[in-house]
Ligand binder design. Structure first.
Ligand code: 5GP
Length: 175
């Protein structure tokens, strides 16, 4: 039997919350110049929707992270497989993640960025699984807190499938 999908966050709820997050970030960055960083691959849809809700002076950059092992459980080791194309030194950085699970990816990224001396780093994640936390990382704004289940859709994949779904779903009957 293949996996079943059950909706966890509808398209309507996602868009409503992202609009609110955009307003919060507009208040924060109104008169600031921001370097918005999309953490690929999972964040690409959230990033595209979120930045269009933020009114400020903005540059966009992309980096790509990968965890070793490609299944539903991360191996605990992360690597940077594509770096930013521009310097973050002296910039206000807005780091946009899809999901914080153990915190390892975000913890690693925050260390990598801090060394480069940005003026500030604001961390945003669409989803957060507080119960899965293994290491600390600074999170400034969370879209939704979710239980410790494996989810897909809205950019998030399982074996590179399901990224195109406009909603977040739990994947059941995973082997
Ligand atoms: P962390 O380093 O916080 O454990 O995990 C971060 C990364 O693991 C995310 O960027 C994402 O790629 C992957 N991940 C963690 N939980 C899930 C999940 O429920 N679904 C999917 N598709 N990826 C997840």
């Amino acid at each position: 039997m293949g996996p079943n999908l059950s909706t966890v966050i509808s398209e309507k709820d996602l868009q409503k919350r992202i609009k609110e997050m955009g307003e919060t970030l507009t208040d924060k960055f109104k008169n600031t110049s921001v370097l918005a960083v999309c953490v690929l691959k999972g964040s690409f849809i959230f990033f595209a929707d979120l930045i269009r809700q933020i009114e400020c002076d903005m540059n966009c950059e992309f980096l790509c992270m990968s965890s070793y092992g490609s299944l539903a459980h991360s191996s605990g080791e992360v690597k940077l497989i594509m770096d930013l194309n521009s310097s973050v030194q002296g910039r206000h950085v807005l780091l946009v993640e899809d999901i914080i699970d153990t915190g390892l990816t975000m913890n690693y990224l925050q260390k990598v960025l801090e060394i480069r001396k940005p003026k500030s780093v604001t961390t945003v994640t669409l989803l957060h699984k507080p119960d899965a936390k293994k290491v600390d990382c600074k999170i400034d704004l969370v879209g939704f807190k979710i239980p410790n289940d494996f989810v897909v859709g809205y950019g998030l994949d399982y074996q590179n499938q399901y990224r195109h779904l406009p909603y977040i779903a739990r994947l059941e009957n995973l082997n």
